[in-house]
Design a protein around this ligand. Structure first.
Ligand code: ARG
Length: 459
């Protein structure tokens, strides 16, 4: 018999049971469901809505059920549809009428809205810790590489010299914003929907604030229709998770390129690479590739959620049961990617000589050469043109700018003196850019120090 079976004269078709049931994916919210019910029962007792003895018995039994679930002693039933009714059914089977009083002044609609908020709140906190770990690793790596010169790119063409510390610190900034976004998104999960009932609240004189406090929510929802039908918080979380994956995917893409023979900037640790079943020489960056690939999966969840919610009339509709697999998969995927990604970057080796060599090619100091002329009084546009011609000349001669002799320089401008060599060295190109946010050691240090402070405060 279904908990809602009174109005029915036939039992549910087996196919409908399977189709309708969400227990195979919502059972993971068992703890949130039990803690939510426990707080609800406590409140019902305190407000005199159910007898205090029943309230206490319900609370005690719910904790026993929790323990049994955790010890693998409970089997959920598809016929009981979802985690909410499975647990209520078990409760009733153990304590009879007292258990039947639990669902007073409550609906599964506000119950599920509560459970999913509690579940995602916990998951978001866990993901934040993983991001903090990644950020800590990035700072450690960056601090070892203030003077590791490498080319910075635009259009994947060598552009200007930077340092590895500066490059890593760029990712630090991205993941820092991800942390901030998660913190912000969590605020909107931190609102108790219980008390919204099915859609129109309840006539019982319940104490929603007490339940909120009991469950660690900062406030309560202010409209019962909205309380049961809002899934913005899940969409926001999926969006935060998508951006995290996008950032990891960009980083992965670079590491895949950098570990190719063509770049040779990094070598992945053997423990974080895989081989080929046919080509004996191969060492592939599968971890980075999988992270890149899985980003698509998380974006997919975001689109699923947006599409499920699109056009839904108020208030609850069963469509909303489809929110769970999408958001759970997004959460699981990010939780799987972050730690392995962090360990992969912590263990890789940077080929500093190759980075330096790459920065020496491609005329990465051409801007600095133009700036040299500007500092001697030549307008920038003219300087740009002169150096453009100088680059053509260098390509013909197979030389780098700093390999030109003073007499070759003289053909381009008479303002060039032999101080030019020091001014266009890769080291000077980097150290000269010591403005806030720049690649010079002191600038990167300032931004990393701020980063460390941020991490301390967020923990
Ligand atoms: N399993 C349902 C869900 O995940 C719970 C709420 C069901 N409510 C209802 N009125 N059918 O959305």
């Amino acid at each position: 018999m279904k908990l809602w079976g009174g109005r029915f004269t036939k039992s549910t078709d087996k196919a409908v049971d399977d189709f309708n049931s969400s227990i195979r994916f919502d059972s993971r919210m068992y703890k949130q469901d039990i803690l939510g019910s426990k707080a609800h029962a406590k409140m019902l007792g305190k407000c005199g809505i159910i007898p205090v003895e029943d309230s206490e018995l319900i609370q005690k039994t719910l904790l026993e059920i929790l323990e049994d679930i955790e010890n693998g002693k409970v089997e959920f039933e598809v016929e009981a549809e979802d985690i909410h009714m499975n647990i209520e059914k078990i409760l009733i089977s153990r304590i009879g009428d007292a258990g039947k009083r639990l669902h007073t002044a409550r609906s599964r609609n506000d119950q599920v809205a509560l459970d999913i908020r509690m579940y995602l709140r916990d998951e978001a906190a866990g993901i934040k810790q993983m991001l903090i770990q990644l950020e800590t690793t990035l700072i450690e790596l960056a601090e070892k590489n203030y003077d590791t010169i490498m080319p910075g790119y635009t259009h994947l063409q060598r552009a200007q010299p930077i340092t590895l510390a500066h490059h890593l610190s760029a990712y630090f900034q991205m993941f820092k914003r991800d942390l901030e976004r998660l913190t912000d998104c969590t605020k909107r999960m931190d609102v108790l929907p219980l008390g919204s009932g099915a859609l129109a609240g309840t006539t019982y004189n319940i104490d929603r604030k007490m339940v909120a406090e009991e469950l660690g929510f900062s406030s309560i929802t202010l409209n019962s229709l909205d309380g049961v039908s809002d899934r913005d918080f899940a969409i926001e979380l999926a969006s935060c998770l998508s951006i995290i994956m996008m950032h990891m995917s960009r980083f992965s893409e670079e590491l895949i390129l950098w570990s190719s023979l063509e770049f040779g900037f990094v070598e992945m640790d053997d423990a974080f690479s895989t081989g080929s079943s046919i080509m004996p020489q191969k060492k592939n960056p599968d971890v980075a590739e999988l992270v890149r690939g899985k980003s698509g999966r998380v974006y997919g969840s975001l689109i699923t959620l947006l599409t499920v919610m699109k056009s839904l009339p108020l208030a609850y509709n069963k469509d909303m049961q489809e929110d769970k697999e999408a958001i759970f998969d997004a959460v699981d995927t990010v939780k799987m990617c972050l730690p392995v990604f962090t360990r992969m970057i912590a263990t890789m080796k940077f080929r500093k000589e190759n980075m330096y060599k790459a920065a020496q090619g491609g005329f990465t100091n051409a801007t600095d050469m133009a700036d040299y002329l500007v500092k001697k009084g030549i307008p920038f546009r003219n300087a740009h043109e002169i150096i453009g011609k100088m680059v053509i000349y260098c390509i013909e001669k197979g030389k780098a700018i700093e390999e030109l002799t003073m007499s070759e320089f003289a053909n381009f401008s008479e303002v060039i003196k032999d101080d030019v060599y020091a001014e266009i060295s890769l080291e000077k190109c980097v150290s000269g850019r010591n403005i806030p946010g720049g690649p010079a050691e002191e600038s990167v240090k300032v931004s990393l120090d701020q980063g460390k402070k941020f991490l301390k405060e967020i923990e």
